[in-house]
Every structure is written in structure tokens, then in C-alpha cells.
Design a protein around this ligand. Structure first.
Ligand SMILES: Cc1ncc(COP(=O)(O)O)c(C=O)c1O
Length: 499
């Protein structure tokens, strides 16, 4: 069946009087319409009039234009798009979890509180840290919570600090959340191997000197609140000097925040608390296989050291004897960061993932994610250029250097992958690699799927040499061809208005 290339909006399909259901005639007086006029929609802009068949077909057709983790490999680096096990969905939908009201008295939801408490304990074990909050609703929300804990910690010690150090290989949300928490961001340069540079770095092209960690610590000293370090970083490299960095920071009473969204490369193998991290977040919607994307609910729990525990958002679930309760009496808390207690169903899914894997299984998942990424690296090295040849963990970042010779860019390669039925990798990120193609296969993919992806990437590299025009034209088989992505980002049209 061929896909239609244009799907009219539901508003455009609307036919006055069409309805999806028949309601019995009113046998009571009609209620008075008390809605204030300025809140009412009217005319064509109101809810479209459609019947059930129209609605079901409209959304089904649109869904077929999409690509999801259930369609095939989704190697979007840094996003960890892995399989969402169906068992997770089953447990999250159990009525005792799905239908319990967040304002129910603690005594009536002991099972739900036990689940929260247990997950807090497991995340403590996984991170090697002493306390956990499950409230933040995403990785970036976890970062903001963590930086607020750092700020509160310094304020409680009578210190007003203004700077957070962030490496140029950090995730884009890191500077954003630090700035939101009121800090000035100072960038740490990377070395040639992709790790943080302790020494100053001179840009060979411009001759400009960028100050390394040691110089910045010497010059800014007591102005530094902490450092925020994505580890493994966005080029897939483990910051092997992380413990030293922690010691240097602690030497000036600053704290180390680790962006732990990439814990799927460490879980069961290394614990951040053991290498000097004071506070970190995890993305349940990455490492623990809960669904994410499209603005849906996520979960970014924060783990921290004992010194920061009293500042955690309230309430925290505590256990007294055999009973659980929400502890609201936390006068030093930074307050609330989410309505009620966070996205509860995500915690249920994450716990199901942990239970179905077991401790050894979680470690095996980590190892497999690393092996899968390194398999792709080995297979494609030479066909695609690799800026950092340092050993990498869960993801691998190639670039378009080799293909540039044939006037082919990363965007052309990504678009051609669509023609072959693959979701492209993350492109043009991280910024430290020009024309980046950031591939993260995750542990979900079988060798057969990895081989199919590798073959396709090789085929595209060959096409780039033999017939670059095919790549310039791509995608040719999708309902929508190449879009003006810059205009889409800079001038988004988010609301339909009748012409
Ligand atoms: C390393 C890293 N940090 C932070 C985030 C932000 O997480 P979220 O998108 O849930 O806000 C991501 C997202 O993928 C990430 O990869």
C-alpha cells in the first residue's frame, strides 16, 4: 500500500454536524453555559466535527509516517533509545499502581510507598551514593535539582559561589540548567583524547589559549561552586581522571556533579559515589528502558552524598519498622520540583526492568551496550572517520571527514539512512566533533540488526563515492522529502490558523 504524501489536518476534514457518537436526547433542562466568552473557541477554530472512522484513520495514517523503537534500530546517540519491555507496561498498568490517588493517606498505599522506598535503596546501591529523590521528571530536571542542592549546600555553609565548570564535551542541558540555577558557566577544554584537560589548550588554528582545569581552579578558586561532568562524556569516553578532579574540587570546597544520564555504560560495573561524585542524576527513561521522547513523562532521579541529603526535595519516603511514610518535615529542603512525587509509573517500569534483569543482568546489559557500540566502531572504522581514537564505551562518534571529499555531508548520510529504513544517528552533536554522526546501538540490538545497520552504512559510503547525487536527493522513499530544518527550528509554526 502506498502512503499518502499529504494528510489533511483534522480541522480541514471537519464537516459540520458529523459526530463520533449518538447521545440520548436530553430529558432534563439543558445546563446554562457559564463559560466566559474569552475562553470559548468558536467557528472553524473549534473542535473538529468528525466521525470515529475519520479519527481512527487519520491518526493511524499519521502514525505510519513515524518511526519508533518498535520499528527497528534507533541509534540516536546520547538518547539511548532502547526496547521498552512489555512486562514494564503490564506492571505499570496494575490497578493498585495506576489507579491510586497521590493524595491517599500513607497508611492506605503502603505497597506503593514500599516500591518508592525500594527503588531509592536500589539507586543508592547502583550509584554508590547515600540518598535519592525520585521527583525530577527528566534528566534536565534532575540536573537543575542537583545544582540547586549544590547551591543550598554552599549557602548553608555561608558561601556564595558563582561559577560552575563544564567541559566542552558535556551534554547541552548541563550549561542550560546551571545557568537556570543562577550560575555562570565556565568551559573546560578537552584534550586530544576527548577527556577533560587539566592543562591549558592552545587552538592550533587560531592560536587562542583555553584555560585548563588547574588554571581555572587557581584563578577562580573560591568562586567555584562545583563542576558538572557528563560521564561517560558525549563522545563516549570515560573521564578516567574523575577521581582526581573530585579531589581538586573538594580541595577548594567545591562539589562534583556527574551527569549520569549515560549510566547504561556504567551500571553494575562502576559506582560514581566510589570515585568521588557528590551528586548526580540518572535517566530512568534511558538506562532503565522506560519510554521517552515526544515530550512524554520521563524520570530523572537524583542521588547525592550524605552531606547533601537534608536539602533533597520533599517529601522523601522513609521506612520506620515495617511501615513506610512520606517525610515532609525537612526544613532544609530545596522544596518541591514536581507535582506530588514525580512520574510514579516510570518508577514502576524501572523497578520491573531491575527485577527482570537481577543484579547480574543489569551488569550484563551494560557490558552488552558497550560491546555493541564497539562492534559498530570496529566495523565502520576506516569507512567513516573517527576523531577520537580513545577507547569508547556505549556510543561511538564518527564524522563526515572522508565523505566531504565527494561533497557529501553528515546530513546527506543521515537522510539516505531513512531511505533504507533506519532511523539516523544523532547528527552534528557533540559540537566538539565537526559533522558528528553519533551512534548508540544500546544492548537491545542483536548481531543481525547491527550487521544490517553496518552494511547499510557501508553501502551509503560506497554511494557517496560512486553516485553522490543519490545522497543529495535523499530521502526519496519517505512521505515527506528533505525539509528546511533551519526554518523549522527558527520559525516553528506550532498552531494551525485558518488561512
Ligand atoms: C548525557 C545527557 N544528559 C542529560 C540529558 C537530558 O535528559 P532529558 O532529555 O531527560 O531532560 C540527556 C538526554 O538524552 C543526556 O543524554
Amino acid at each position: 500500500m502506498s502512503l499518502r504524501t499529504r494528510e489533511p489536518l483534522s480541522f480541514e476534514r471537519s464537516v459540520p454536524g458529523k459526530v463520533g457518537m449518538d447521545l440520548p436526547k436530553l430529558d432534563v433542562p439543558a445546563a446554562r453555559d457559564t463559560r466566559p466568552a474569552h475562553l470559548k473557541r468558536s467557528g472553524f477554530d473549534a473542535i473538529p466535527s468528525l466521525c470515529e472512522v475519520d479519527v481512527v484513520r487519520h491518526f493511524t495514517r499519521l502514525s505510519k509516517w513515524n518511526y519508533g523503537v518498535d520499528d527497528g534500530m534507533y541509534p540516536l546517540g546520547s538518547c539511548t533509545m532502547k526496547h521498552n519491555p512489555r512486562l514494564n507496561e503490564k506492571t505499570a498498568a496494575l490497578p493498585g499502581f495506576a489507579e491510586s490517588h497521590p493524595m491517599t493517606a500513607d497508611a492506605h498505599v503502603q505497597g506503593n510507598l514500599a516500591l518508592f522506598y525500594t527503588m531509592q535503596e536500589w539507586l543508592k546501591e547502583i550509584t554508590g551514593l547515600q540518598a535519592v529523590t525520585l521527583h525530577p521528571s527528566a534528566g534536565a530536571a534532575g540536573e537543575l535539582t542537583g545544582v540547586m542542592l549544590i547551591r543550598q549546600y554552599h549557602l548553608a555553609h555561608g558561601r556564595k559561589r558563582r561559577v560552575i565548570l563544564i567541559p566542552d564535551s558535556g551534554h547541552g542541558t548541563n550549561p542550560a540548567t546551571s545557568a537556570m540555577a543562577g550560575y555562570e558557566v565556565v568551559e573546560l577544554p578537552s584534550r586530544e583524547d576527548g577527556s577533560i584537560s587539566f592543562e591549558d589548550v592552545t587552538d592550533p588554528a587560531t592560536g587562542k589559549v583555553r584555560k585548563g582545569l588547574l588554571t581555572l581552579v587557581k584563578e577562580l578558586g573560591s568562586e567555584i561552586a562545583g563542576a558538572m561532568i557528563t560521564n561517560p562524556n558525549t563522545v563516549g569516553v570515560f573521564e578516567y581522571r574523575i577521581q582526581e578532579i573530585s579531589e581538586i574540587l573538594h580541595g577548594i570546597d567545591a562539589l562534583l556533579y556527574m551527569d549520569g544520564a549515560n549510566m547504561n555504560a556504567l551500571m553494575g560495573v562502576a559506582r560514581p559515589g566510589d570515585f568521588g561524585v557528590d551528586v548526580m542524576h540518572l535517566n530512568l527513561h534511558k538506562t532503565f528502558s522506560t519510554p521517552h521522547g515526544g515530550g512524554g513523562p520521563g524520570s530523572g532521579p537524583v542521588a547525592c552524598s550524605a552531606a547533601l541529603e537534608r536539602f533533597l526535595p520533599r517529601p522523601v519516603v522513609v521506612k520506620e519498622g515495617e511501615k513506610y511514610r512520606f517525610d515532609w518535615n525537612r526544613p532544609d529542603s530545596i522544596g518541591k520540583v514536581h507535582a506530588f512525587y514525580g512520574n510514579y509509573a516510570m518508577v514502576v517500569r524501572a523497578m520491573t526492568f531491575c527485577l527482570s534483569h537481577g543484579g547480574d543482568g543489569l551488569k550484563a546489559a551494560t557490558m552488552r551496550a558497550i560491546v555493541n557500540a564497539n562492534y559498530i566502531r570496529r566495523q565502520l572504522e576506516g569507512t567513516y572517520h573517527l576523531q577520537y581514537t580513545t577507547p569508547t564505551l556505549h556510543e561511538i562518534v564518527f564524522d563526515d571527514h572522508i565523505q566531504n571529499g565527494n561533497d557529501i555531508t553528515t546530513l546527506d548520510i543521515a537522510k539516505r539512512l531513512l531511505d533504507y529504513g533506519f532511523h539516523p544517528p544523532t547528527i552534528y552533536f557533540p559540537l566538539v566533533i565537526h559533522g558528528a554522526l553519533m551512534i548508540e546501538p544500546t544492548e537491545s540490538e542483536s548481531k543481525e540488526e547491527l550487521d544490517a545497520f553496518v552494511d547499510t552504512m557501508k553501502k551509503i559510503a560506497q554511494e557517496a563515492k560512486d553516485n553522490p547525487e543519490i545522497l543529495h536527493q535523499a530521502p526519496t522513499t519517505t512521505p515527506v522529502r528533505r525539509l528546511d530544518e533551519t526554518a523549522a527550528a527558527r520559525k516553528p509554526v506550532l498552531r494551525w490558523v485558518k488561512a
